[in-house]
Design a protein around this ligand. Structure first.
Ligand code: SAH
Length: 392
């Protein structure tokens, strides 16, 4: 029997505003004993149907799949994946010979909470963040093959580290279809090697694509520091016209990847250097060395209760860069923490600038690209924020 969840009076409001999460504190009573990942139906205190979704014990108790009283069967998911693909087509991300890497499914942004899938020149890498989605991974892989057809040569499931550990499920990372060595993708004509097995997340930060392109326009003749460089995404775009590019990361593997990707596009070019170092130490020692600095750190805050520490971290980091950059320098600064909103991020960069006393202008405000859509009813899905600063 399907489980029924009844909300406390008043707690239906956020569901009526189409917010896709139900927090455990909103629940009055659970009829039945749902297991993690089960389909549950949610009702208001007067027994009116509100939504259907995946159940999960913990703070987010239900991830909503539909606000209509439907059966989320295979056909339901087929339609949702098909809509996501049609939307990428409309955004010009498919059938483009200079671009064969994009995010196919972006969880809540595509009405599929818990489900991420990235397309890498034939290979689809999936990451499930809920047990409900993990249980149907094989069906979802089949749907992706059906909809994308021969464009898909392999599907890899990399949910090993993303399923909530409380569930007790320990997934193996594995190919669900086909098999493939790391592939080379093309992004706006630049080439990158994607290693989904050894790399972070699904292997590449696709979400910075448009910001990398913007950076390419500013790099001409500049001395560029790509701090937190990972695969060297920003470095490759900068290398086209820059005077020199230093890629810095604390991970040895990332330093190698950045080197490899720069070589793939520019051969053994002496303008590029890859350096293994900690950001805070490195930034202490760079006065007037660079006139373009990229700061793209990992998420400093994963939970609300560490928000103030995260804001302090952004402030310290940006302060160092603003203090050290050459006059007339440009800073591309980012935050990918979901709990840090645009306003908070801007305030911490403002506080950093004020501390240095230098004149700082905002040239651009950056965000995430259309294949990482923001669900307008779910402000949390707008996670990537960035500013381009001009420092006098
Ligand atoms: N800019 C990258 C993504 C950065 S991900 C891109 O466009 O693809 C964040 C990176 O920061 C990771 O590679 C991680 O290894 C690195 N990192 C984390 N902590 C660090 C630290 N204290 N100093 C330097 N690098 C760090």
């Amino acid at each position: 029997m399907e489980t029924k969840i009844v909300l406390k009076s008043g707690k239906e409001q956020s569901v009526k505003r189409l917010h896709p999460w139900i927090f455990s504190g909103a629940i009055k009573k659970i009829y039945g004993e749902p297991s993690e990942g089960d389909i549950v139906r949610v009702f208001d205190n007067k027994d009116n149907f509100l939504a259907v979704g995946h159940y999960q014990p913990g703070s987010i108790a239900v991830r909503i799949l539909s606000f209509s009283d439907v059966n989320p069967d295979i056909d339901f998911f087929r339609q949702a994946v098909s809509r996501a693909y049609e939307y990428r087509k409309a955004a010009g991300l498919t059938g483009n010979s200079s671009l064969n890497v994009f995010r196919l499914i972006h969880a809540e942004g595509d009405g599929l909470p818990g489900f991420i899938a990235d397309y890498y020149n034939g290979v689809v890498v999936m990451q499930m963040h809920s047990v409900g989605m993990y249980r149907i991974r094989k069906e979802l892989a089949g749907i992706i093959r059906e909809i994308l057809g021969p464009q898909v040569t392999a599907v890899y499931d990399k949910s090993g580290s993303t399923i909530p550990f409380m569930s007790g499920i320990k997934p193996d990372n594995e190919f669900l279809f086909g098999d493939s060595e790391p592939v080379i993708v093309t992004e706006y004509g630049f080439r990158f090697k994607i290693d989904w097995i050894g790399g972070q997340k699904t292997g590449f930060f696709i979400d910075q694509r448009e910001n990398r392109r913007l950076l390419g326009e500013y790099a001409k003749d500049r001395r560029v520091l790509n701090m937190f460089g990972y695969t060297g995404g920003f470095s490759v775009y900068a290398m086209k016209d820059a005077r020199l590019v230093d890629s810095v990361d604390s991970s040895a593997q990332a330093v190698e990847l950045a080197d490899e990707n720069v070589k793939l596009n520019f051969g053994d070019d002496p303008r590029h250097t890859s350096i293994k170092a900690d950001a805070f130490g490195f930034l202490n020692d760079i006065r007037d060395k660079y006139d373009l600095i990229i700061l793209d750190p990992p998420a400093f805050a994963k939970h609300n209760n560490v928000l103030s520490n995260a804001l302090q971290g952004y402030k310290r980091l940006n302060m160092k860069a603003i203090e050290m950059i050459r006059p007339g320098g440009i800073i591309f600064t980012f935050s990918c923490s979901q709990v840090v909103n645009r306003e908070n991020f801007r305030k911490s960069v403002f506080a950093a600038a004020a501390n240095t006393g230098r004149s700082v202008r905002i040239l651009h405000q950056m965000s995430q690209p259309p294949d990482h859509p923001v669900n307008i009813y779910h402000p949390e899905s707008e996670y990537l924020k960035g500013l381009v600063l001009y420092v006098e």
